[in-house]
Ligand binder design. Structure first.
Ligand SMILES: [Fe+2]
Ligand SMILES: [Fe+2]
Length: 190
């Protein structure tokens, strides 16, 4: 797993545990966006050869989306709007334009979202085990998949341009550390 330069802030977990219905709605949108993001990456010339791999990720994310929707339904939580994530938009705002630069940056941002999800799902699986066993197990079941998505996106960037990926990783690791420290009182995964 990627060594992020900043740990998840200490106030994140209590905020999440105290607002599980809203967090599940946010999570549903996160999986929906992960599916569309995988498809969006197929627009890049450098990723045409990865179209089937990206389709497989999109299908998996869509399945995750449906699993979260099933939990919402069982718990009588309506699917509604969620808030945009300042952390995600902060990362995406730094994606440079121009084919080669853009695809590398976009893939790194996607890898970071998957990597942070993987990390946070691990925290949730540990901490929800006795509090909400169904959710604890659910989050544990997603860890491997999101970790694989993280690795896949990073490998795709490396296959396009390895030294440039290293340079941009350094930039994005600092940006992530800065953004994750920004206070956010909303019950959101990111
Ligand atoms: Fe997912
Ligand atoms: Fe994912």
């Amino acid at each position: 797993m990627l060594l992020f330069r900043e740990t998840v802030p200490a106030d994140w977990l209590p905020k999440i545990i105290g607002n599980l219905p809203a967090v599940l709605v946010d999570h549903a949108h996160l999986e929906r966006k992960a599916a569309t993001t995988a498809l969006n990456l197929e627009k890049y010339r450098d990723l045409y050869s990865k179209v089937e791999e990206l389709n497989a990720i999109a299908i998996e994310e869509l399945q995750h989306f449906q699993l979260v929707l099933n939990i919402l339904k069982r718990r009588g939580i309506p699917f509604r709007q969620s808030h945009p994530s300042a952390w995600i938009s902060g990362l995406m705002r730094s994606v440079r334009t121009g084919q080669r630069q853009q695809v590398i940056d976009h893939l790194i941002c996607c890898a970071f979202i998957e990597g942070r999800s993987c990390e946070k799902f691990q925290i949730l699986s540990r901490n929800l085990k006795s509090l909400d066993p169904e959710l604890g197990e659910f989050y544990a079941s997603l860890v491997e998949s999101e970790g694989n998505h993280y690795a896949t996106y990073l490998l795709m960037a490396r296959a396009i341009d390895d030294p440039e990926t290293d340079r941009r990783l350094d930039f994005y690791l600092s940006l992530d550390a800065e953004l994750i420290r920004q206070p956010n009182s909303l019950p959101m995964l990111h």
